[in-house]
Design a protein around this ligand. Structure first.
Ligand code: SAM
Length: 284
């Protein structure tokens, strides 16, 4: 991320995007990554890791709602959830809105991210780290899934792109360990990047996961500050095929939760799995 006193710039090979800044709150290297927290005019406070925007106050709900409500409402009765990464607390917040949840385990490698997000972005976690059902573990997610005896209904991998400490979270070994800590009717979702800027991430991730899970489906949505327009996540399960989910049944389940959302709804949920032709071609 290049700073000018009034702007920060996210820089990709052939594309740059600039954000006008009110103030730079934090700009240091942690033990794991370069962490910046800036207050921007357009998106409010913004967390940046290794030069890439992770989350902002004004558009975080696009991503957090699609990463949580798609798997949670697809699962018959989720009680135990595992979150890998997710140090800003947005995924944890949305998961804990389900009354059925007995335990939400969050495994984050960098305690500084949690500390800074709790202090400067409290509107994202909304007290989720203090919930009795939260089990916070500071550890490398790859080590955790390799060693844990716990089993989970839903696993949500909220990691940055495959750089720095997150690289291991895109490996076959990690995915096989994730598969082994899921219950038979379990569901795993993870972000697979921008369709325009990171085509290889979808192609390679999808091919790898198809070899491990019975059902592997990509779903698409948009996150304004995730560069490149269309953003993608992958849904993996041995028992739940997202295309078999009935719209009426999904609406009934969503209404029963009485969860109000800003982006997610059952129509968007089902539509997100009907990907355009260029993506179908890419995944073949
Ligand atoms: N939504 C963002 C995205 O899609 O790019 C990710 C946000 S979240 C802040 C990413 C978190 O993953 C960071 O707090 C980072 O420290 C954490 N992380 C990176 N590598 C990790 C690992 N190996 N184990 C656990 N957490 C990790």
């Amino acid at each position: 991320m290049i700073e000018h006193k009034d702007w920060v710039t996210e820089k990709w090979q052939n594309v740059e995007i600039r954000y006008r800044v009110r103030s730079m709150i934090y700009d240091e290297k942690s033990d794991f990554q370069h962490m910046q927290l800036v207050d921007t005019y357009q998106y409010g406070k913004m967390l940046i890791l290794d030069g890439i925007v992770q989350t902002t106050e004004n558009d975080e709900f696009f991503y957090h709602e699609m990463m949580v409500h798609v798997p949670m409402l697809s699962h018959p009765d989720p009680k135990k959830v595992l979150i890998i990464g997710g140090g800003d607390g947005g995924i944890l917040r949305e998961v804990l809105r389900y009354r059925s949840i007995e335990k939400a385990t969050i495994v984050e490698i960098d305690p500084l991210v949690i500390e800074f997000c709790r202090e400067h972005l409290p509107g994202i976690s909304k007290g989720a780290f203090d919930d009795d059902r939260t089990d916070l573990i500071i550890e490398d997610g790859a080590v955790y899934v390799n060693e844990t005896k716990e089993r989970f209904d839903v696993i949500i991998i909220d990691s940055p792109d495959p750089i720095g400490p997150a690289r291991i979270l895109f490996s076959e070994e990690f995915y096989r360990d994730v598969h082994s800590v899921m219950v038979p009717d379990g569901i795993m979702v993870r972000q697979t990047g921008s369709t325009n800027m990171q085509p290889d991430e979808q192609k390679e991730g999808f091919a790898l996961l198809k070899g491990i899970f019975t059902h592997t489906m990509l779903y698409l949505y948009t996150v304004p500050t995730y560069i490149g327009g269309l953003f993608s996540s992958v849904f993996c399960s041995d028992s739940v095929n997202p295309l078999d989910i009935n719209h009426e049944e999904l609406k009934r389940k969503f209404t029963l939760t009485s969860i109000e959302t800003l982006y997610y709804n059952p129509g968007i949920h089902l539509g997100a799995f009907h990907v355009p032709g260029f993506m179908k071609e890419r995944l073949q």
